[in-house]
Design a protein around this ligand. Structure first.
Ligand code: 16G
Ligand code: ZN
Length: 528
């Protein structure tokens, strides 16, 4: 296989525009769609190498820019068990994305191949999917051009939610194995979730979901079709066929950031609503009270709900388990207090980005991880599931608890945060507890908070430590932030460079709304 010759016919069509620089960030490459062609092409080649390096296991490529505006797009790689690309490979992606001649590309590819001792004769396998953006099909085609350079066997799943692609990667790689993850098809995904849901609840449930005009809408409806008579969903903002509407005044990110209702929802008091983001890997919930006041139930609330419920049924099951919760600095201070003090659970804080949370959560028997923005899941260790299956219950209550835990592990996507799966999990817990949204909300009260975005000349000078909670650079700035924070009751604030946008984010929380706003303003002033 002569890579250079292979590139001769295709490279010129996918050459990098000279002026652009790319970086594989928190969620892969993400930028304006019309600048991404060369990037997805080399990602196709890199995915092939990753597959060959891992003995021909299937790698996933997802074309999405999640909650970003319609004109953006992005690409990320999914590893064989459905996790994010191993971090040590991100640098290869960045290097390849920035070469601007065919010769350089060959040199860099050969460098990777020899450094990692990759056997090009191993058959490589990759699956591809995209969200509903209109730039998607073209970018998929360019990815495929990259895959063909190394004769990779591929399957294009067209439009899927991001977590569905993660599911498929794992299902394909575990096919015929004792830890088979499910049928490797879209319908296999629905069947797995629907089967678990039916084992957990039997009373009919209905909910209205804002799908951000993204791919989550039709996929949620497809899921609900497997649960006729049990789950009835009304989807608003379901114009996924109109890519210009994607994420506009709707979706999980809009609701969380603005702390208000999306367009298209006129809430009935104390009914539960949910918003997905554009690729359906995030979900937040909310309701409105008698006075029409909006109440957000974000990732922290989901995390505490699931953690409390699971630790409760683990107790009922009569078995021992090490349950833990993973959060980021964005977690509301009240949620952390609640987890540690009321639930007596260990809480770990990691930097932003699913890959960080996921790995920490995997260290527990049951690891609950959510970002405040609604991205998260619950990981059940294989060994723990084994224990659940092999334990002989001594009472009907124990039996029921064991069964519930097993079904929850099937219901909750083990590969990555999944809006559809998390929605079902929350509905199950609320139904079993016979809770309305206000009972859920009552477990603790969020500290008023504010997230601000500041455009700075160079965001790379903002360096953090302690899971992004403190700045080490620019020098002196952290001391000033500390001095500001001290002035407010229950004040907390931190500053970090965004991993997805050319901006710096400032988070502030404090005892009252006014204080949170003031603290935010002060720290924004310090950063500018
Ligand atoms: C990406 C991350 C998300 C994180 C966000 C932070 C994944 C799959 N997604 O969307 O978890 O919250 O970036 O964005 O890891 P920021 O760095 O711009 O604040
Ligand atoms: Zn997303």
């Amino acid at each position: 296989l002569n890579i250079s010759e292979r590139l001769d016919s295709v490279y010129s069509a996918h050459q990098k525009p000279q002026s652009l620089q790319f970086q594989y960030g928190t969620a892969g490459f993400r930028t304006k769609a019309n600048t991404l062609d060369s990037v997805v092409f080399v990602v196709g080649i890199l995915a092939s190498l990753r597959s060959k390096y891992l003995d021909g296991q299937t790698i996933g490529v997802m074309i999405t820019a999640s909650h970003n505006p319609p004109e953006d797009n992005g690409v990320k790689l999914v590893d064989p068990q459905g996790e994010m690309l191993e971090q040590s490979w991100e640098q290869f992606a960045t290097v390849l994305a920035n070469v601007s001649t065919q010769h350089e590309l060959v040199v860099e590819l050969n460098r990777i191949i020899s450094q990692l001792n990759i056997d090009l004769k191993v058959k490589s396998r990759v699956i591809v999917a995209r969200d509903s953006r209109d730039s998607g099909p073209q970018l998929v085609q360019s990815t495929i051009d990259g895959l063909e350079v190394l004769d990779t066997e591929y399957q294009d799943f067209k439009m899927l939610t991001t977590p569905q692609l993660h599911y498929l990667v794992r299902a394909i790689n575990t096919l015929d194995s004792p830890v088979s993850y499910g049928e490797p098809s879209e319908s296999g995904y629905y069947k797995k979730l629907a089967t678990a849901f039916k084992q957990l609840v039997s009373t009919p449930i209905s909910i209205t979901v804002d799908a951000a005009n993204g791919i989550g809408g039709p996929k949620l409806i497809a899921l609900a079709n497997h649960l006729e008579g049990l789950l009835s969903v009304t989807v608003v903002n379901n114009e996924y066929i109109n890519p210009n509407a994607l994420n506009v005044n709707s979706g999980a990110d809009f609701v969380k950031t603005n702390q208000k209702l999306p367009q298209g929802i006129s809430p009935k008091p104390f009914d539960l609503y949910a918003s997905f983001d554009g690729d359906a890997d995030r979900v937040v919930f909310y309701y409105s009270d008698d006075d029409g006041v909006f109440h957000l139930l974000d990732g922290d609330k989901i995390s505490t709900l699931l953690a409390a419920f699971i630790s409760d049924i683990v107790k009922k099951s009569g078995i021992e388990a090490h349950i833990g919760v993973v959060q980021t600095a964005y977690a509301n201070g009240s949620s952390t207090d609640f987890l540690k003090e009321k639930l007596q659970l260990p809480v770990v804080c990691t930097p932003t980005g699913v890959k960080h949370l996921h790995h920490e959560a995997a260290k527990f028997d049951v690891g609950v991880y959510f970002e405040a923005n609604g991205h998260g899941t619950v990981l059940f260790a294989d060994s723990f599931i084994e224990t659940l299956k092999s334990t002989e219950p001594s009472t009907p209550d124990e039996q029921r608890a064991l069964e519930q835990l097993i079904q929850l592990s099937n219901l909750i996507n083990q590969t990555v945060g999944d809006a559809i799966s998390d929605l079902l999990a929350v509905l199950v817990v609320l139904t079993i507890k016979q809770w309305d949204p206000s009972s859920w909300d009552a477990s603790y009260t969020d500290l008023p908070n504010k997230l601000a975005k500041v455009i700075v000349p160079d965001r790379n000078i903002f360096k953090t430590t302690d899971a992004e909670r403190r700045l080490t650079s620019p020098s002196g700035l952290q001391d000033k932030i500390d001095a500001s924070v001290k002035k407010y009751t229950r004040g907390r604030s931190f500053v970090r460079a965004s991993g997805t946008e050319d901006a710096v984010r400032v988070y502030a929380e404090a005892g009252t709304r006014t204080e949170a706003d003031e603290l935010s303003q002060e720290v924004v002033g310090l950063v500018k």
